[in-house]
Design a protein around this ligand. Structure first.
Ligand code: EMZ
Length: 382
């Protein structure tokens, strides 16, 4: 996966892209990205809902995503309230349940002569795994699978308000159900969560739920699909994971660095300022370009190569500082179990056909994954 930002990163460190009359200055260097992520006073997340996302979502939603679109100190209070739930992904029972689910999906896939990885594998895996994160019945994944890969995006338009409405209406119905019949699921838990002595409002619960659904969807789907494509092209990696399972955790970090499933995340500038000697005006947008920072050669040796056991890997693929990814534990667990199980059951992956998915950011065209990827999984002989 090529790095479209290299030249601009080396020459200027910053680049402007237009977006719905609200242009964004992309910060491209690892150092600037990390520094800016820390400085929440000058570079805020608590702007108009949707504005820190690139492309902007201000025209398709009003709900503030929580804790993502808040700033410290209140951000930390909400984050602390929801974080223990997301850390369940670290428990061994959680990993065991994921293993059962991934085993079954790989077994199913091995029986197919041709497998379209996005629709039949990555989307299915993401949706089934999400039932664990939400702690709801497995069957619910069928509904999410039927939505297709994009929640706020569709094939035709980058931002699809109609599609977003499906998710919003769905979440409303689920919140009503949990209000009537509280259980052990995330909706019920959130409806009972207190922040500063007050229960979360319905709108706040919705804000956490939308983030849980949207933030981990195309990102996880692309990571899974890119990993399958990589393993198809590097058969020796499967063999290596079989022999040295202890490197899998490192390989997961390295894939997150290299694939950078979320290209960037914006901030709104609160005062006239400067980043790497470029003036930035108040009330404009900058973005922390994780994908560029993750290929910064001043930090990563051989940045354009996947080094499966890379020793020092300060990547920002899950973001950085206060806002680092809440779903990262879940995502890492999925990827660890996936790589381990593929190594166990699959000898090689053959690619038949593919179409790359290229994100269009004006002068930068970035491969983020595939529109489709047709493969065959071949069994290991034991
Ligand atoms: C927002 C974002 C969060 C946004 C960590 O990223 O993910 C995007 O895919 C969504 O469109 O609304 O949730």
């Amino acid at each position: 996966m090529p790095d479209p930002f290299e030249n601009a990163r080396l020459k200027r460190g910053i680049a402007e892209v237009g977006n719905q009359n609200d242009p964004v200055q992309l910060l491209l260097r690892h150092k600037d990205v990390r520094k800016t992520a820390h400085n929440y006073k000058t570079f805020k997340s608590g702007a108009k809902p949707g504005r820190i996302v690139v492309p902007s979502e201000v025209n398709i939603r009003e709900t503030r995503q929580i804790p993502f679109e808040l700033d410290p100190p209140i951000h930390g209070v909400y984050r602390a309230a929801v974080e223990p739930w997301f850390k369940r992904a670290l428990q061994s029972e959680y990993a065991e349940k994921l293993k059962v689910l991934i085993d079954a999906l790989i077994e199913e896939s091995l029986e197919k002569d041709s497998l379209e990885v996005i629709e039949e594998f990555a989307l299915v895996l993401q949706s089934r795994a999400l039932t664990l994160l939400l702690n709801i019945p497995y069957e619910e994944s069928e509904t999410w699978i039927s939505w297709g890969t994009h929640v706020f995006r569709s094939e035709e338009t980058a931002l699809d308000g109609e599609k977003a409405k499906i998710l919003y209406d769905y979440i409303d119905v689920q919140i009503d159900k949990a209000l009537k019949n509280p259980g052990e699921d995330l909706y019920s838990v959130l409806l009972n969560t207190e922040v500063e002595g007050k229960k979360l409002t319905r709108e706040e619960v919705k804000g956490v739920m939308v983030l849980t659904f949207a933030g981990g969807r195309d990102t996880v789907i692309n990571t899974v699909t890119n990993a399958v494509a990589y393993l198809a092209e590097h058969q020796e990696a499967l063999k290596r994971f079989r022999k040295e399972p202890e490197i899998i955790a490192k390989a997961v970090e390295e894939m997150i660095r290299y694939f950078s499933p979320l290209t960037q995340m914006g901030r709104v500038v609160t005062e006239d300022t400067q980043v790497c000697e470029h003036a930035i005006k108040a009330n404009t947008r900058v973005s922390l370009c994780w994908a560029s920072a993750n290929r910064d050669a001043s930090v990563f040796e051989n940045p354009n190569e996947i080094v499966l056991d890379r020793q020092i890997n300060p990547h920002v693929g899950f973001g950085f500082s206060h806002h680092n990814c809440l779903g990262a534990h879940h995502a890492r667990q999925i990827m660890k179990v996936l790589l381990g199980t593929l190594a166990e059951k699959v000898a090689k992956i053959e690619i038949f056909d593919y179409k790359e998915n290229i994100e269009d950011l004006d002068e930068f065209k970035r491969k983020v994954g595939y529109d489709y990827l047709k493969v065959k999984f071949h069994k290991t002989i034991d």
